[in-house]
Design a protein around this ligand. Structure first.
Ligand code: PHE
Length: 331
């Protein structure tokens, strides 16, 4: 019996305890046998024998019960340990979001101009004829209006075709120079091909000061510095062009960032990429807001075009398809 006690104490698993329980209380168990022997015990010994048998049964069932509970508690503790989740652990498999390449490019452009003391202005997406065209020296029926295929609303208003209307709105708001602003935002045109979508983004720029203080030289300096900030060590070229609201007007090119200027498919063998429209503000624009004795320059750029060049994306339309496989490359 001492031996069985020691066995119970030393048991380390529920299986072991069950085995010992069967050895004692099973069909041929030690205790079961004791009670079986009771029949053949003489009458005078019976009482004593039964008492002992009962004691043994009670002691062992208590010992086994206690050990079983102890082992069960340990097993439960271990199971809980195994199933525990550390909520503070970093999970590398969780996908994180990122800015869309167009917004990321826009932020980079805005960062530059804010660093040069430009304020950030905005205007409505549904614009009136005066701010989108008329005040920008684009009178009704002027052929230059055809440069932009326009979405008109029944009200006579339109989805703005460019951010240049914010030039007018900002001068109206400021009432007097100086103005040193950019206007980022969405614009709309009836276009759809490899390099055009019906909605895209521009960043407009306008600088106005009293007197004749602002010249083409100021425009040239800031745009060259800006393009070096965006594209690194590129050549910058100012090419004569036409916009109704600037005079003189220039289109700005950078040396091709794909071939370094030697000529390739992207730059159509010219070695140059067109990236900006700009010029000295036309006096008729100032007349429209009744400002006199002022001078200024303005510029406008397409954000998608910049994003395409920076990320080497061949089809502008893919920026708006929302295909995760494309977007994930720019995280
Ligand atoms: N608004 C012109 C366009 O959309 C760009 C531009 C802005 C040109 C300002 C000159 C000055 O093409």
């Amino acid at each position: 019996m001492q031996e069985i006690k020691a066995k119970i104490e030393a048991a380390t698993s529920l299986d072991e305890i069950e085995k010992i329980r069967l050895e004692l209380f099973g069909k041929k168990g030690v205790i079961t046998e004791l009670f079986a022997q009771l029949k053949s015990v003489s009458a005078e010994q019976k009482k004593e024998f039964a008492k002992e048998a009962n004691q043994k049964r009670d002691i062992f069932s208590e010992l086994i019960g206690a050990k079983k509970s102890a082992l069960e508690a340990i097993a439960q503790k271990e199971a809980m340990k195994k199933e525990a989740i550390d909520v503070t652990l970093f999970n590398e498999n969780v996908a994180s979001g990122a800015l869309h390449p167009v917004m990321e490019t826009m932020d980079k452009i805005i960062d530059y101009f804010v660093s040069q003391n430009f304020s950030v202005e905005s205007g409505p997406l549904i614009e009136d004829d005066f701010h989108n065209f008329e005040a920008l020296n684009l009178p009704k029926y002027h052929p230059a209006r055809d440069m932009q295929d326009t979405f008109y609303l029944n009200s006579g208003e339109l989805l703005r075709t460019h951010t240049s209307g914010v030039q007018i709105r900002t001068m109206e708001k400021f009432k007097t120079p100086p103005v040193r602003m950019i206007a980022p935002g969405a614009v709309f045109r009836r276009d759809m091909d490899l390099t055009h979508t019906p909605m895209f983004h521009q960043v407009e720029g306008l600088v106005v000061e009293k007197g004749a203080n602002v010249s083409f030289a100021n425009l040239k300096y800031i745009l060259e510095d800006f393009l070096h900030y965006m594209f690194g060590d590129v050549k910058v070229r100012f090419r004569p062009s036409f916009f109704p609201f600037t005079e003189p007007s220039t289109e700005v090119d950078i040396s091709c960032i794909f071939c370094g200027g030697s000529g390739c498919r992207v730059c159509k063998q010219t070695g140059w990429l067109e990236v900006l429209g700009s010029g000295v503000v036309d006096p008729n624009v100032f007349k429209a807001v009744k400002w006199s004795d002022v001078s200024g320059y303005a510029f406008g750029l397409g954000v998608e075009r910049f994003a395409m060049l920076l990320h080497r994306i061949p089809d502008l339309r893919s920026l708006f398809e929302g295909d995760i496989r494309l977007l994930e490359q720019f995280k």
